[in-house]
Design a protein around this ligand. Structure first.
Ligand SMILES: Nc1ncnc2c1ncn2[C@@H]1O[C@H](COP(=O)(O)OP(=O)(O)OP(=O)(O)O)[C@@H](O)[C@H]1O
Length: 297
């Protein structure tokens, strides 16, 4: 569904250049529900903007649904944004119009495409669990309910890809969980591919795969050992796993053979004061040893 290779984004301001993405590789399968995590400034929103066609990469490859976004003309981008992707933002003022009802808010993007709307808008509001609130103005809804309307709007034009930037950032834990469960339900029921950018490790636990970005590059991947549905059923029978056991962490090995050692591992005394490691192959494994240099001084 998504294939990025060596993606670079440089922002040029009056007197400086910021390299927000530094050769990022990422593949997302069709129908995946995945999260991108990373510290502030690591490049998460930049990546999401590239995936959504809101901004153009400076270099690299970016294919979504086998379409090469780097070759898109302005007209192709408008069509892509309108038909292929849906967005959900943390700040739902970006998605919603407060003085319109929930129903009118969902109808609006469909009107812009000249489509049959009322029935579909009602279906969408039902799908996000808001059939009892269709006539309420946005200003009369809670934060979680507004975010559900935002998700219904994002789905209005039947996109194949849903991009969410900190969608639970302004919600309390219980409401965040409900919104996340909704993402999961939609992912399973309509098979839509969902990419969520987040700081929230709890949110990251609820998806099948988490990709970590550091300094504009993918640095690690956590892949769920047990499906989320299985984990929930285990919770019911009180055989819950430890948090740390729900995902396996992988370091990312890039095409040039570069590997980023996970944060914390290099704090081991034997590795701490050297910028070299000895690399050996043993029984089909690649093993890293502290370099001899450290021992000899
Ligand atoms: N329009 C822009 N012009 C100049 N620099 C930018 C622009 N947008 C982002 N940057 C810079 O690019 C880098 C990556 O920013 P980005 O917003 O993608 O990070 P992020 O991981 O989403 O951070 P956060 O979690 O704080 O939102 C930062 O150094 C940021 O200051």
């Amino acid at each position: 569904m998504i294939h990025c290779e060596g993606l670079v984004k440089i922002y040029k301001t009056a007197d400086l250049e910021v390299v927000a993405l530094q050769g990022l590789d990422l593949t997302v399968e069709k129908g995946e529900l995945m999260a991108i995590i990373g510290n502030s400034g690591s490049g998460k929103s930049t990546l999401l903007n590239m995936l959504g066609g809101l901004d153009k990469p400076s270099a690299g490859k970016l294919f979504v649904d086998e379409k090469d976004l780097l070759t898109f003309k302005e007209r192709d981008l408008v069509k892509y944004k309108r038909e292929s992707v849906g967005f959900v933002w943390q700040n739902n003022a970006r998605n919603l119009i407060p003085y319109l009802t929930a129903l009118e808010n969902v109808e609006l993007p469909m009107m812009l495409r000249g489509r049959r709307r009322r029935t579909r808008a009602l279906e969408l509001l039902d799908a996000v669990g808001l059939s009892h609130r269709v006539k309420n103005r946005l200003s009369e809804l809670s934060g979680g309910e507004q975010q559900r309307v935002a998700i219904a709007i994002a789905l209005a034009n039947e996109p194949r890809l849903l991009l969410a930037d900190e969608p639970t950032g302004s919600l309390d834990t219980k409401t965040s969980n409900q919104v996340l469960d909704l993402f999961r339900t939609l992912n399973r029921s309509i098979g839509i591919t969902i990419v969520i950018v987040t700081h929230d490790p709890q949110l990251a636990r609820k998806v099948d795969r988490v990709v970590q970005i550091r300094d504009g590059k993918t640095s690690a991947e956590m892949i769920r050992r047990v499906s989320y549905a299985d984990e929930l059923s285990q919770l019911d029978t009180e055989q819950s796993e430890q948090e740390s056991e729900s995902h396996i962490e992988y370091a990312v090995l890039d095409k040039a053979g570069r590997l980023q050692i996970p944060a914390g591992y290099l704090d081991l005394a034997s590795f701490k004061d050297s910028n070299k490691v000895r690399v050996e192959v043993e029984d089909g494994r690649i093993v890293l040893y502290p370099s001899e240099d450290t021992k000899t001084g």
